[in-house]
Design a protein around this ligand. Structure first.
Ligand SMILES: Nc1ncnc2c1ncn2[C@@H]1O[C@H](COP(=O)(O)OP(=O)(O)OP(=O)(O)O)[C@@H](O)[C@H]1O
Length: 965
C-alpha cells in the first residue's frame, strides 16, 4: 500500500530533528497527552516550527488544516491531540503513532538524507491516508484513522480477497474475463464498521485489484483512477449492438461468436513485448439464406444449399503485454495454460479482417467459457457490448479489462443504501448496477443499472443538501419541522384570515384581485414566514404572471409583524420600477398612518441620501428598502430584517445572496413600527437569519430546479392574470422583403396607437460582426423611416438617469418606439407596450426570447412579437416560440433540445453540480424519487446515525461543494 511505501521512504531519511520530534511525540503519548501547559507550549512551538518546514512547499488544503490544528494543540481535547499526533506520525513516514513508538530501529537510523527526511513528504499521499471530508459541521469521517489494527486488517483483507479471487479464477480458468452470471465469491466486506468508523470498499485503492502490475497501477493512478470507485465510474460511452456472427463479416463489426479453442500461444515478440494469441474456430451461418424465408417445401429443398452457406471462421484473439518480465517463458506458459484447447467459448467484440481468408483478428473482446456447446445461458445471442471512452491515453480495451477484474473482486454488500429503500424505489443493488452497466446481458439490464446509478447521483445530492440544512438547526423539533415542510408542502398554507392586518389592508388596496395561483403562492410563503427556521424559497412563474405583487405581500406581512424587509433587484431600472409600483399601490391604502415607509437605495443614490436611508434602516424608521447590490454592503445595517427578497436571483451569486444571512435579526429590538402597527408581535428572543425569497423569471423544469436548488422550497405561479391575450409571434427572415414587411407591420401598430420595442443584439455596429444590427447605429434610420413618431434609445452603457428617463418617456407615451438592447429583458413592465421586434433573433436563446417577448402583452391590448432572423435556416430553431407561449413548456423543450447549459445560460448553469451519468432532461422523474428517498432517510434518522454507511458514502461523494461561485 501507498502508506507503507511512504513509511519506508521517510523512515530511511530520518534526520536528527526528526528524531527529536519522534522522542517528543513518544513522550507526549506516554503521558496520555496530558502535559502541563508550559510543556504543551514547548511541544506546540516545536510541532509548529517542524510542520511549517515540512509543509512550506505545499499549498494543499490538508497542509493548511494540519498546521491550524498544530497551532491549537495546547487547547485541544485529549482525543484530538491523539488524533493529531497520529497524523503527524504519518507525515513522518509511519503508519501511525503506534507504529512510530514501535519503530525500535529509528534510534539507530543514520542521517541518510542531507535535506532532512520529512521534507520529501508528498501531500497527495497524505491525502490518501486521511481521505476525510468534513460533512457540514459534523466531525469528519476518517476512513484511515491511523488505528494500526485497521491497516493490518486492510492488508489481510486485500490478501484474502486476492487469494479467493485467484482460487476462483483457478476454478474457471479465466483470469482475464469476468463471468457476469457468476456471483462474486469474495467475502462480504463491502462496508466495514470499526469503532464507529466506516470504511467504504469502493474507496479502497486500486491495489485491491488482483493481478495488476505496478506499471498498470501507475498508469491508472496517473489518469486519476485512484480508487475502485473511480474505475467503476468510468462508464461506457455507449453500447455496440452485438450481432450474431453471420457470413459476410465486415471489418470493424461488433459480433458475438460461439466456437472451440484450437490453440493458445504465448509469444515473445521482442525483449519487452509479448502477446497471447488464442485461435478459436467458429461455424457461422447465413441467417438470411433463402431457407429462412421460403415456404416449407422450398425449405426442404434448400437444406442442402443451407449447409453450403455455413462456413468456419478463425478468430485470432490477441492480448499484448509490455515489460521485460512478461516475456519470460514461464509467464508465457502460464498464460497459454489458462486457455484450454478444446474449450467451447463465447467470444464477443470488434473484428478486424486479416489477410488470410476467413481469418479475423480481435484485440477488443470478451470471452466466456461455456460448459458445453448447448449451454443455453451462453448461446450466442446479441448483447450490448460496452464501448468505453479512452482516458489519458489508456486504451478502452485495457480499461475494460481492469474494470472487469474490479467487478470480480466487488463484494455484494457494497451498497450503502438500505435494502428496503432500494426495494421501495425499484432499484438494483449497487453491485448489480455496476455489473449491469459494464457487462449487461441486455439493454434492459443496462438501463436498469443506469437508473440505479443516476438515482445515486441525485440521491446523495439531495441527502447532502437536506442534511446540511438540518445541521444548521438547533432542536429536533425544528429539524422535524423542516422535514415536514418538504414532505407535506401541499398543506403548508396560511389563508387570508391568518395574514396580518397590514397585509389584509394592502391586499384590499390592490387594483385587481389576485389569481388563485398568486393567492396560493402568497399563502405558502406566509406560512413559511411564521416558521421558526429561516425560509429559503424559490418563487417562479411565467413572464408577467405577477410575482412582484406576491413578493410585496410577503414583505408587508413581516412589516405588519413589526419587522423590516429588503427587496434586492439586479438593475437600477428594475429597482426604480418596483419602487414606483409599490408607492402607487400603497397610495391606494386608506389609513395613512399604517403605511410602511419605503426607501430606494441604489448606486445612484446620493451620499447624503444613502446615509439617511442607512440611518433609517438602523433605527427601524424605514421598514422596506428596495435596491440593487448596495443593499448587501456591510455598512447597511438593519434594525430587524426579517425577509430578503432577491429578484432575478440567478443574476446574483450564491455568496451575494448569502450575505443577507449575516444581517441577523434580533428580536429584542423594538422598532417604532412594532409598537405602532404590530398586531401580533412575537415576543420570543431568538436570533435568526432573515427569510430569503428568491424569484426567478426564467421558469425552469422542476427537475432542474431540484438539482440546482435542492435545498430550496419551490413555489410556482402557474396561471396568468385574467384578460391576458397571448402574444402573436411571427418569424420573418431578415432580407429586404422581410424588413419591408416588418416596417409595414410596425407602421400599422403605431397608427393603431401602439408602442414598440425594437430589440438589438448589440449597441454599436462592429467590424467583426457586420451582419448584426446595432441599436445606436439604427436610431437614425428608424427615426427617418417613422418620421411622424418619436424614437428613444436604451442600453446598458447609458448613465442611470438617462436610462430611467428613456424608459419614463416610453412609459408615458412621449416616445413611441424604443430601440433597446436586452437590458429590457428582465422585469420591465410597461403594460401598454404592444409590439416587439427582435433583430438578429437567432443570437438569443429560446428562454431569453421568451423573456423578451414577455415585455409585451402585459395589458389588455392585442400584442405582437416579430422575430427577425438573419437566415432562413435559423428560423427553424425559433419555430417553437411561434407554437407556444407557455414558458414552462419552452423551458422543457430547451432542456430536451439543448440541455441545461443553454437553458440556464453560462452563469447559472455553472452552478449545476456535475452528473457523470445522469441527464436532467430525461431523468427528471428519478430526481423527484431521489428527493423523496432522501426525505425518508432523514425522517428516520435526522443525523444519519442509523445509517453510518450512507453517512460515509455521503462524505466521500463531496456533494457539499455545491453552488460555489
Ligand atoms: N392578479 C392580477 N391581475 C391583473 N394584473 C396583475 C395581477 N397581478 C399582477 N398584475 C400585473 O401584471 C403585470 C406583471 O406583473 P409582474 O411585473 O409582477 O410580473 P412578473 O411575474 O414579475 O413578470 P416578469 O418576470 O416579466 O417581471 C404588472 O403590471 C402587474 O401590475
Amino acid at each position: 500500500m501507498a502508506v507503507s511505501t511512504l513509511a519506508v521512504q521517510s523512515r530511511t531519511t530520518m534526520c536528527s530533528s526528526d528524531k527529536c520530534l519522534r522522542s517528543a511525540l513518544i513522550f507526549e503519548a506516554q503521558r496520555g497527552y496530558r502535559n502541563l501547559v508550559s510543556k504543551d507550549m514547548r511541544l506546540n512551538n516545536f510541532l509548529s516550527s517542524k510542520m511549517s518546514t515540512v509543509f512550506s512547499r505545499s499549498k494543499h488544503k490538508l497542509a493548511e488544516k494540519l498546521l491550524k490544528e498544530v497551532d491549537v494543540y495546547g487547547r485541544a481535547s485529549v482525543r484530538d491531540r491523539s488524533k493529531l499526533l497520529n497524523k503527524v506520525s504519518v507525515v513522518m513516514g509511519y503508519d501511525g503513532l503506534d507504529d512510530l513508538i514501535d519503530d525500535k530501529g529509528a534510534e539507530n537510523q543514520s542521517d541518510l538524507h542531507p535535506d532532512g527526511g520529512a521534507d520529501d513528504f508528498d501531500i497527495s499521499l497524505m491525502c490518501k491516508q486521511f481521505s476525510s471530508i468534513t460533512l457540514g459541521s459534523s466531525p469528519p469521517i476518517e476512513l484511515y484513522d491511523g488505528a494500526p489494527s485497521n491497516h493490518g486488517d486492510s492488508g489481510l483483507w486485500a490478501t484474502k480477497i486476492c487469494k479467493e479471487f485467484l482460487s476462483s479464477s483457478a476454478e474457471t480458468r479465466q483470469d482475464l474475463q469476468f463471468n457476469v452470471d457468476k456471483p462474486s465469491t469474495v467475502p462480504q466486506h463491502g462496508v466495514k464498521q470499526n469503532d464507529g468508523l466506516v470504511e467504504v470498499m469502493l474507496d479502497q485503492s486500486i491495489s485491491f485489484i488482483p493481478g495488476l502490475s505496478k506499471r498498470n497501477s501507475r498508469q491508472l493512478e496517473n489518469c486519476g483512477f485512484h480508487t475502485l470507485r473511480k474505475l467503476l465510474q468510468h462508464f461506457p460511452r455507449t453500447y455496440a449492438d452485438l450481432q450474431n456472427a453471420q457470413i459476410g463479416i465486415e471489418d470493424g463489426q461488433y459480433l458475438i461468436f460461439v466456437g472451440k479453442i484450437l490453440s493458445s500461444r504465448g509469444v515473445r515478440a521482442s525483449y519487452s513485448l509479448s502477446f497471447l494469441e488464442v485461435v478459436v474456430a467458429c461455424d457461422v451461418v447465413d441467417s438470411e439464406s433463402p431457407s429462412t424465408s421460403r415456404d416449407d417445401g422450398a425449405a426442404l429443398e434448400s437444406d442442402k444449399a443451407d449447409s453450403g452457406r455455413k462456413k468456419t471462421v478463425f478468430l485470432h484473439l490477441k492480448k499484448f503485454f509490455r515489460g521485460t518480465r512478461f516475456t519470460y517463458l514461464p509467464f508465457l506458459k502460464s498464460l497459454e495454460e489458462k486457455q484450454k484447447v478444446g474449450d467451447i467459448v463465447c467470444v464477443s467484440g470488434k473484428v478486424r479482417i486479416m489477410r488470410s481468408k476467413n481469418h479475423y483478428e480481435m484485440r477488443e473482446y470478451n470471452m466466456d467459457v461455456l460448459q458445453d456447446e448447448n449451454d443455453p445461458s451462453f448461446c450466442a445471442q446479441g448483447r450490448p457490448y460496452p464501448i468505453y471512452p479512452s482516458k489519458g491515453g489508456l486504451s478502452p480495451n485495457f480499461l475494460r479489462d481492469v474494470i472487469s477484474r474490479t467487478l470480480k473482486v466487488l463484494p455484494s454488500n457494497i451498497d450503502p443504501i438500505p435494502e428496503d429503500l432500494a426495494h421501495d424505489f425499484g432499484l438494483l443493488c449497487l453491485r448489480d448496477a455496476y455489473a449491469g452497466i459494464h457487462q449487461p446481458k441486455s439493454l434492459k439490464e443496462a438501463e436498469l443499472a443506469r437508473k440505479r446509478l443516476v438515482f445515486d447521483e441525485f440521491f446523495y445530492l439531495q441527502l447532502g443538501r437536506l442534511f446540511q440544512m438540518l445541521e444548521g438547526l438547533g432542536t429536533e423539533l425544528e429539524k422535524d419541522g423542516l422535514l415536514d415542510k418538504y414532505r407535506k408542502s401541499e398543506f403548508n398554507l396560511i389563508d387570508i384570515d391568518g395574514w396580518s392586518m397590514l397585509t389584509k389592508k394592502f391586499l384590499k388596496a390592490l387594483p385587481y384581485s389576485l389569481t388563485s395561483s398568486q393567492l396560493r403562492a402568497a399563502s405558502e410563503i406566509i406560512w413559511d414566514l411564521k416558521q421558526p427556521v429561516p425560509m429559503n424559497r424559490l418563487l417562479q412563474g411565467d413572464v408577467g404572471c405577477g410575482k412582484t405583487v406576491v413578493a410585496f405581500l410577503a414583505c408587508v406581512e413581516v412589516i405588519g409583524l413589526g419587522y423590516q424587509a429588503a427587496f434586492m433587484v439586479p438593475t437600477e431600472l428594475l429597482a426604480v420600477q418596483h419602487y414606483e409600483q409599490l408607492q402607487k399601490l400603497l397610495a391606494n391604502m386608506e389609513e395613512e398612518e399604517c403605511k410602511p415607509s419605503v426607501a430606494l437605495l441604489t448606486g445612484s443614490t446620493s451620499t447624503r441620501e444613502s446615509r439617511l436611508i442607512r440611518q433609517g434602516l438602523q433605527t427601524g424608521d424605514i421598514s422596506l428598502v428596495i435596491g440593487t447590490h448596495s443593499l448587501i454592503a456591510e455598512k447597511v445595517e438593519f434594525s430587524a430584517l426579517r425577509i430578503a427578497v432577491v429578484d432575478e436571483q440567478h443574476r446574483f451569486g450564491v455568496i451575494q445572496r448569502g450575505r443577507f444571512n449575516s444581517k441577523l435579526y434580533y428580536n429584542s429590538i423594538s422598532s417604532k413600527l412594532s409598537s405602532s402597527i404590530s398586531d401580533e408581535s412575537s415576543q420570543d428572543n431568538v436570533i435568526m437569519a432573515p427569510h430569503v425569497l428568491a424569484m426567478s423569471a426564467t421558469p425552469i423544469p422542476r427537475s432542474l430546479a431540484l438539482a440546482l436548488y435542492g435545498d430550496m422550497s419551490l413555489t410556482q405561479i402557474t396561471d396568468l392574470p385574467p384578460g391576458r391575450i397571448p402574444v402573436e409571434t411571427f418569424l420573418i427572415e431578415g432580407n429586404e422583403p422581410g424588413f419591408e414587411k416588418v416596417y409595414q407591420m410596425m407602421l400599422d401598430e403605431l397608427e393603431a396607437g401602439g408602442k414598440i420595442y425594437l430589440v438589438y443584439p448589440v449597441i454599436e455596429q462592429s467590424e467583426q460582426l457586420p451582419q448584426l444590427r446595432a441599436a445606436s447605429a439604427d436610431l437614425e434610420t428608424i427615426s427617418q423611416k417613422f418620421s411622424g413618431y418619436k424614437c428613444g434609445l436604451l442600453h446598458g452603457k447609458m448613465k442611470s438617469d438617462d436610462k430611467s428617463e428613456a424608459l419614463g418617456l416610453f412609459r408615458s407615451g412621449e416616445t413611441n418606439i424604443l430601440l433597446s438592447t436586452q437590458v429590457i429583458e428582465i422585469g420591465v413592465d410597461i403594460p401598454d407596450a404592444s409590439m416587439m421586434v427582435v433583430m438578429n433573433a437567432e443570437r438569443f436563446g429560446i428562454a431569453q426570447l421568451h423573456q423578451l417577448r414577455g415585455r409585451v402583452g402585459r395589458g389588455g391590448r392585442n400584442s405582437k412579437c416579430i422575430l427577425v432572423a438573419s437566415t432562413d435556416s435559423s428560423l427553424s430553431r425559433l419555430k417553437v416560440l411561434e407554437e407556444s407561449s407557455d414558458g414552462f413548456y419552452l423551458a422543457n423543450m430547451d432542456l430536451v433540445m439543448r440541455g441545461p447549459g443553454d437553458l440556464l445560460g453560462r452563469k447559472q448553469s455553472g452552478h449545476l453540480p456535475e452528473f457523470p451519468i445522469a441527464r436532467l432532461d430525461i431523468d427528471g422523474n428519478i430526481i423527484q424519487e431521489a428527493h423523496l428517498a432522501a426525505l425518508k432517510i432523514l425522517g428516520d434518522s435526522l443525523d444519519l446515525e442509523k445509517y453510518p454507511n450512507l453517512k460515509a458514502e455521503l462524505s466521500m461523494r463531496q456533494p457539499l461543494c455545491l453552488l460555489g461561485d
